[in-house]
Design a protein around this ligand. Sequence first.
Ligand code: BTN
Length: 261
Amino acid sequence: MDRAGALRAALAARGGPRLPTVEWPESLVSTSDGLKALARGGAPEWSTVLADAQTGGRGREGRTWVSPPGGLYLSVLLRPRFAKVGLLPLAAGVAVAEAAAELGVVTELKWPNDVLASGRKLAGILAEAASGPAGVEWVVLGLGVNVALEASAVPPEIAGAVTSLAAEGVGPRPISEVAVAVLARLGVCYDALRSDPGAILSAWRSRAAPWWGGLVDVRTADGPLQGRLRDVDEEGALVIELEGGERRRLLSGDVDRVRPV
Ligand code: BTN
């Protein structure tokens, strides 16, 4: 059995989602780009693409996701048939946080779905969707988890901001083991979104960095905002309260805590 087949078998043995296809080459430009092409061609839900390294890994807000060997680079195709699709990126963050916990690493979630350990980025999630007349047709969830990155493979300007499972004390693990843990947890969270979306929101809140009520800077497509972090609402939007009391719902952006000077 090749490694893609072994991954499918290990996930099935755990009772995880059945993956109709798994592609796992050594290198790709981006696993999400590859999978989006398959999605447009009608590929079934849970089709999965991994790569040992990416030459053009993409992050949120148009950023680059540095992707040398030593990371998990995985994209999975979902075709959600439920109302709360906006919670899917949060559910993915919960799934990765739960997989990290299973491996012994305590994490915090930063809206929408950065997974932090020791205050540094352990994993990131990029959710890309296509909609038609009936609503969302597919979502490609791209997950990047730093498993055992060589310090020399990370650009110095971001080295201080990232961590890995290895740096957090996890012994050597095959990437496939991390992939199985993430996909199994994602399967459970995805089912919960259909049956009990409130449970996902509660799980997200309980794992969130405890910045509630504190001042945050948010970089949005329309410019920077500063306000007090109030909530994440039932659609997954961030709610901040501006000076003067106005509440704003944000659907995308980057949040940072304002530290006292
Ligand atoms: C973020 O900015 O935090 C999201 C990072 C998402 C990276 C993953 S790695 C697998 C998939 N392929 C990509 O090109 N990006 C995502």
